[in-house]
Design a binder for this molecule. Structure first.
Ligand code: A3P
Length: 410
């Protein structure tokens, strides 16, 4: 019986032809879907962050805003999540990403070649092209470096300065992966997803100052780095511990919605500081977290129980304020960055701001006004008690690290 105008003989080849066509379309559909699933939606890139354009040489753009609000523990993460950018990579690159994820070695490979080179055979050329492709790929990877603390010692300045080097990228917001149970239980993928995408020749990093003081963090971090087969590069910036406390206190005043800083007079501020720093018995009040944060030697000991000393660089935060180029040269060599950045040229003192600023994408850029606040005048007698309290901690810290500081001479 003829079917739809076809002879019995012609039905079979027609069915086969239609089936082949259907298979082709199904396969094409699957491949398209796979391509889409390999599209990474990533956070707004640093270069897109809003900045004031300076109207004259003294005008500055700001980076690293503070979220405000009344939470003293609030970090200085920027609002990066609002816009998204797409980074595509083809399904062939899947292997590269997995390989890179597990690549524990030095990721500072040479930059991609110009593409005009010729090679003796096609295989070599193919491998070269794949390397080129890999070097240009933006992928989210486990961090190569982490600024672990200390809060109010210049962590934002350090991260932003590192970010001036083309071989690095870093996450804008503080991630709080290892210190917060709720984040940690989200797992590795969650953490990696918060990293800024990097090419295989760049280092990617983050800063979360709360890591330094949370007892569980060194163990968790060590376990993490073992899982991803990487050697961590940890950076710790410290500052004279009593000025760190005053800085912490100042931030608390600014972030407290219940306090109108303009309304506070000198006496109110001094009383607030005294009541936080000292208990009713006049002794140092260790219940105020700012006090224990500044006990650097206690926290560092925990890190050294887990990490090798070579894995952690200590940066002098007081020098980072006055001579950042010197500190950044040490940081560069610790991170194995190339010498393409002349820190003494890139960083320059800005009279208006009273701090070092830098050129970024052709703009004069300084940290936000929440960094480098004028500290209120607090009572000398309270400061003296604090300095005395920190003497043993400081001498321990200096003994442990060999850091050349004059903290106890103040
Ligand atoms: P103060 O606001 O007390 O002066 P963190 O980023 O860890 O919160 O540290 C803030 C501190 O970074 C500031 O404390 C400031 O002294 C210091 N800092 C270092 N270099 C800076 C820079 N170039 N601009 C602004 N602040 C800087």
């Amino acid at each position: 019986m003829p079917y739809a105008g076809l002879s019995k003989k012609a039905v079979k080849p027609a069915v086969v032809g239609v089936s082949i066509l259907a298979c082709f379309f199904i396969l094409y559909g699957i491949m398209e879907q796979r391509k889409q699933s390999l599209t990474y939606f990533v956070g707004k890139s640093q270069r897109q962050a809003t900045r004031e354009r300076p109207s004259n040489s003294n005008a500055v753009a700001h980076e690293g805003t503070n979220g405000g609000g009344n939470n003293q523990e609030m970090d200085d993460s920027e609002e990066w999540e609002n816009s998204i950018e797409r980074v595509h990579y083809s399904s062939n690159d899947d292997d590269i990403s997995r390989h890179d994820l597990l690549d524990g070695g030095n990721r500072l490979r040479p930059q991609a070649h110009s593409g005009h080179e010729t090679h003796g055979n096609a295989t070599k050329k193919g491998a070269h092209q794949r390397r080129q492709q890999a070097a240009g790929l933006l992928l989210k990877r486990p961090p190569d470096f982490i600024v672990i603390g200390v809060r109010k010692c210049g962590t934002r300045a350090l991260l932003n300065m590192i970010g001036l080097h083309p071989q690095t990228v870093s996450a804008g917001p503080e991630i709080h992966f290892f210190d917060k149970k709720e984040s940690y239980k989200n797992g590795l993928k969650w953490y990696i997803n918060r990293m800024k995408p990097s090419t295989s020749s760049q280092l990617t990093g983050e800063k979360t100052p709360a890591y330094f003081i949370q007892p569980d963090v060194p163990q968790r971090m060590s376990k993490y780095f073992k899982t991803v087969h990487k050697k961590p590069k940890l950076l710790l910036v410290v500052r004279e511990p009593v000025s760190r406390i005053v800085s912490d206190f100042t931030q608390g005043l600014y972030n407290d919605d219940n306090v109108d800083i303009q309304e506070l007079n000198k006496k109110d501020i001094q009383a607030q500081f005294r009541n936080k720093a000292l208990g009713k018995d006049g002794q140092i009040n260790r219940k105020w977290r700012a006090i224990t944060v500044s006990e650097y030697s206690v926290h560092l000991r925990r890190w050294w129980e887990v990490f090798h000393r070579d894995e952690l660089l200590i940066i002098n935060g007081d020098n980072l304020i006055t001579n950042p180029a010197k500190e950044m040269t040490k940081v560069s060599s610790f991170l194995n960055l190339d010498k393409s950045v002349d820190w003494s040229r890139v960083l320059y003192y800005n009279e208006t701001r009273g701090f070092y600023c830098y050129d970024k994408d052709g703009e004069s850029t300084c940290l936000s006004s929440s960094k480098g606040r004028t500290h209120p005048e607090v009572e000398e007698s309270v400061l003296a008690k604090l300095r005395k309290y920190y003497k043993p901690f400081n001498s321990q810290f200096v003994k442990m690290t060999g850091l050349d500081v004059d903290w106890d001479m103040r």
